[in-house]
Design a protein around this ligand. Structure first.
Ligand code: DON
Length: 304
């Protein structure tokens, strides 16, 4: 396995030249464009790591499936999906066009920004501090990493410049999708996106879902149905408007983020975390995408 990872990471490092580090959130552009790393965990307790696997980066949209799990625990599956849909859009992750034009007056799915902000608005707590603390504690539990914290610089940068997310949130409040305070919901969302992780943390989340919502101790945290909901939405919507091609070429439920992270789940088998901040035009890690395609082919990992 070490040899395979070494070869695949080296090969895909070349692709990072053709991508770009995200710069629309102040601070994200400080990442090293050629950074690339992976952590792969399997059910037998093996851990394989390579490259920049231990570098910290902000989780960004990879936070969305994790927040969805807590929102489902807090409110039940039916309530969550009465406010957020389960269909892919084929649009960019930050697109707002369908919020008004769609027949269903709710964001299409929990993986795009609009849907994720709606999900964050459902996290329970008496104020924004308690809501975020509950969410961060949940992140710590599923990653089995007590040291997780959010990056103040990236959080305040996004809070300052996130006008489009703000616009979508106020629109959703008007539509009755967001029932709690808009500013509190945005604060929770911006903070959750700026939580710093490594590929190991993402691989642990992958393993949690691979075990259908169990910690490594065997303790069951979310129901089988909730775990299936998260994995299926990752498969259909997790790589945004690249999800269809990704399903064909890789075939592994995955979620990307503009910090360069990808979290992948092979049900009952593996959790994979990847870091590669050079992104393609759709906002997915260009090197990470290549690594997953090669790994899937070589190890026959596609679930299809
Ligand atoms: O809301 C945003 O735009 C960012 N905090 C997260 C977007 C993101 O990670 C999209 N992923 N590829």
């Amino acid at each position: 396995m070490e040899k395979i990872l070494d070869r695949i990471v080296k090969k895909n490092k070349i692709k990072t030249k053709f991508g770009n580090v995200a710069n629309y959130i102040p601070g994200l552009d400080k990442a090293g464009k050629e950074d690339l790393g992976i952590c792969l965990l399997d059910m037998d307790g093996n851990r394989y790591v390579h490259g920049d696997y231990n570098k910290k980066f902000t989780i960004q949209s990879v936070s969305k499936p994790i927040a969805l799990m807590l929102a489902m625990l807090d409110n039940g599956v039916d309530y969550v999906f009465s406010k957020v849909g389960t269909e892919p859009t084929g649009d960019a992750f930050n697109s707002m066009i369908r919020l008004e034009t769609a027949i269903i007056k709710k964001p299409y799915n929990p993986m795009i920004n609009a849907g994720a902000i709606a999900v964050s608005s459902m996290i329970k707590g008496k104020d924004k501090e308690e809501k975020f603390k509950r969410l961060l504690d949940f992140f710590k539990m599923v990653t089995e990493n007590d040291t997780l914290e959010y990056n103040e610089e990236i959080y305040s940068g996004e809070n300052r410049t996130g006008n489009k997310n703000r616009a979508m949130a106020y629109f959703m409040k008007d539509q009755g999708v967001i029932e709690s305070s808009v500013e509190d919901s945005l604060d929770v969302y911006f903070k959750q996106c700026s939580i710093e992780v490594t590929t190991v943390d993402l691989a642990m989340v992958g393993m949690f879902l691979a075990r259908n919502g169990r910690l490594s101790t065997g303790e069951k945290i979310i129901s089988d149905y909730q775990a299936k909901a998260v994995k299926s939405l990752m498969m259909t919507c997790g790589m945004y408007d690249g999800s269809g091609e990704f399903a064909l070429k890789v075939g592994i439920p995955s979620k990307s983020g503009v910090g360069g992270g990808i979290m992948s789940v092979l049900p009952n088998k593996m959790g994979i975390g990847i870091y590669g901040p050079a992104l393609d035009k759709k906002g997915n890690s260009i090197g990470g995408d290549g690594i997953l395609e090669d790994l899937s082919k070589e190890l026959d990992l596609s679930i299809f």
